[in-house]
Write a protein that binds this ligand. Structure first.
Ligand SMILES: *Cc1c(COP(=O)(O)O)cnc(C)c1O
Length: 222
């Protein structure tokens, strides 16, 4: 199947209120252009250098999301244009994003990443750590970032019950944060969860944003 066909296949399965982020990491620019020509406008990358290089080569109306683990020294590469940073898990990183956003005279939207999987290797906060972060004086003074929701990755497993449990946990975290910290902020509305193999479970559990790579572009060769 072509990229266009894959894309339309996913768009048929994804309800309208859920945003599809096409994860183009490691794929050639031509593939991104093909998805763009098929109507896709939201793309996700996980390496800052790649993202910065691709943004220069591709149409200006693409909405670029950064979905990977962000290193503080790379924020400046994407700060001029990035639409959403999905995986923020420290005050130190938020501080740098705020600084670079200020220099670019813009507000950068960020999601807080939560650790919901059993695997040790994945990044992310737990609920208490997020509360600490959101209550920190330095955070309340950051004028150039906006927290618009949460993000997480489930365990890589065939056990759909476990994946369901983990996604529901992220949904619960979102609602708890919403009522405790963001009650009056309509912009706090995103739950970024679900990838090629588990997006339907994620949508069932309340996802508002799915990140699909291999399902659209085919498998990656690293
Ligand atoms: C690569 C990646 C995806 C896409 O994964 P697929 O299984 O290829 O759909 C989604 N989210 C993050 C954070 C990723 O790094």
């Amino acid at each position: 199947m072509s990229i266009r066909q894959n894309l339309h296949h996913y768009l048929q399965l994804i309800p309208e209120h859920v945003k599809l982020v096409a994860v183009s990491k490691t794929k050639p620019v031509e593939d991104i252009q093909e998805a763009y020509d098929a109507g896709q406008r939201v793309f996700g990358e996980n390496k800052a250098q790649d993202l910065a290089a691709r943004q220069k080569l591709l149409p200006a109306d693409i909405e670029w999301h950064f979905i990977g683990h962000m290193q503080t020294n790379k924020v400046k590469l994407i700060a001029p244009f990035v639409k959403l940073i999905h995986a923020v898990d420290s005050l130190k990183l938020l501080n740098e994003i705020n600084k670079q956003a200020t220099e670019n005279q813009r507000v950068i939207d960020c999601l807080l990443q939560f650790h919901i999987a059993e695997e040790e290797t994945k990044f992310g906060l737990n609920y208490e750590e997020a509360c600490e972060l959101l209550s920190a004086e330095s955070f309340t003074k950051m004028g150039n970032i906006r927290i618009t929701g949460v993000m997480g990755m489930a365990t890589f497993t065939d056990d759909t019950n476990q994946v369901t449990r983990e996604f529901k946990q992220l949904s619960a975290i979102f609602h708890q944060l919403k009522s405790n910290y963001f009650k009056s902020q309509d912009s706090f509305c995103e739950i970024s969860m679900g990838m090629s193999d588990d997006f339907q479970i994620a949508i069932q559990a309340g996802s508002t944003m799915v990140r699909i790579g291999t399902g659209i572009f085919g498998s990656r060769n690293y």
